[in-house]
Design a protein around this ligand. Structure first.
Ligand code: ZN
Length: 335
């Protein structure tokens, strides 16, 4: 069964690439915000490159030996370099024995391990593919090791790099890759896809996912997210806002999630204050409009800055409760 890319917006991105997989450049960098299907698209490209059936358009036949090996996850000419998780015994070997949490970086050893793969001939006699995701997680020395491989492109090895923040990659690595940019699809198209997935509250989920359809699909079925979000936003909406009580609601929410919730709350307030319409917290539109009216614009922007700054350290809060109390004390709805 011939494979087509599952995401309509990704098809538009692929349309800008060579129609024949064998004409694909040696290194592609799929870049753009999270939730747009970049990794799935990279895997689609890997399957197309390794497929053994001749074809005039991008895709894989699904029935040749390569396609079957890929489906079984045992293709010898594909290497996926991703963040190590606890379930990944091969990757664990690189981590200190004490490390229990998933690693936040791709170590230089992981890249060096590719050295042999890169220099040997493809098992199936076609190409070899190395997929690295997320590429911004490469440790600086891993980036340098990768750069050496990219500088002396080994015969018929294709590199597929996936990055949510391509600007964070080593400039020299970036310049060796052809950038394949992913941008947000039109809301109508995203909504149509989301409805097709059976997502509950598709409009609100799409807005909460920052208009990235896959992020929205995840959020739509994340019960904890909805349960934690509502009481916090209700507090922010009410007169007589109390930062201590709000911090209590905010504390259990994961740092980056609460940072994003608050940043979007501030964004919505700022936009409404400037005469625009609510973009993210659609279900709190009347509250946001009422709040913005009575809020000092200067204080709002100062708080917005504070929220953005918290977002930068939200992965490693030293004292989450205290950080939340401080952050919420500056909320301009507090009087
Ligand atoms: Zn095939």
């Amino acid at each position: 069964m011939e494979e087509k890319i599952a995401y309509p917006w990704a098809a538009a991105v692929l349309a800008r690439l060579p129609a024949k997989a064998q004409d694909m450049p040696g290194a592609l960098l799929l870049g753009g915000q999270a939730g747009l299907g970049k990794r799935a698209t990279a895997l689609f490209l890997a399957r197309a490159i390794l497929c053994e059936t001749a074809r005039d358009e991008l895709g894989a036949c699904g029935v040749c030996p390569s396609c079957l090996l890929l489906a079984a996850g045992t293709h010898p000419d594909l290497r996926q370099v991703e963040l190590a998780t606890e379930e990944d015994p091969e990757a664990e070997a690189d981590e200190p024995a004490t490390a229990k949490k998933p690693s936040k970086q791709i170590s230089v050893e992981r890249i060096r391990m590719l050295g042999e793969f890169v220099t040997t001939t493809a098992h199936r006699g076609r190409a070899k593919v190395i997929l690295i995701a997320p590429a911004e997680a490469l440790h600086p020395s891993a980036s340098n090791a990768l750069l050496k491989m990219l500088e002396e492109p080994p015969g018929n090895t294709r590199f597929l790099l996936v990055s949510h923040q391509p600007e964070r990659l080593l400039a020299t690595v970036r310049s060796r890759c052809i950038l394949v940019p992913f941008s947000l699809p039109a809301p109508g198209a995203a909504l149509e896809w989301l409805k097709g997935q059976g997502a509950t509250l598709p409009e609100l989920s799409l807005a909460q996912g920052g208009y990235a359809p896959l992020a929205a699909a995840d959020i739509a079925q994340d019960e904890e997210y909805w349960t934690q979000r509502k009481p916090l936003l209700e507090m922010l909406s009410r007169p007589g806002f109390n930062p201590i009580l709000a911090a209590e609601k905010a504390e259990p929410i994961e740092g980056p999630v609460v940072a994003r919730l608050l940043a979007r709350w501030a964004y919505d307030l700022a936009v409404v204050k400037a005469g625009g319409t609510v973009r993210y917290h659609l279900d709190f539109k009347p509250s946001l409009e009422k709040l913005a009216l009575g809020m000092s614009g200067t204080r709002l922007m100062a708080w917005y800055d504070q929220v953005i700054q918290y977002g930068r350290v939200s992965q490693h809060p030293l004292n989450k409760r205290l950080a939340m109390e401080q952050l919420l004390a500056g909320y301009p709805g507090s009087n």
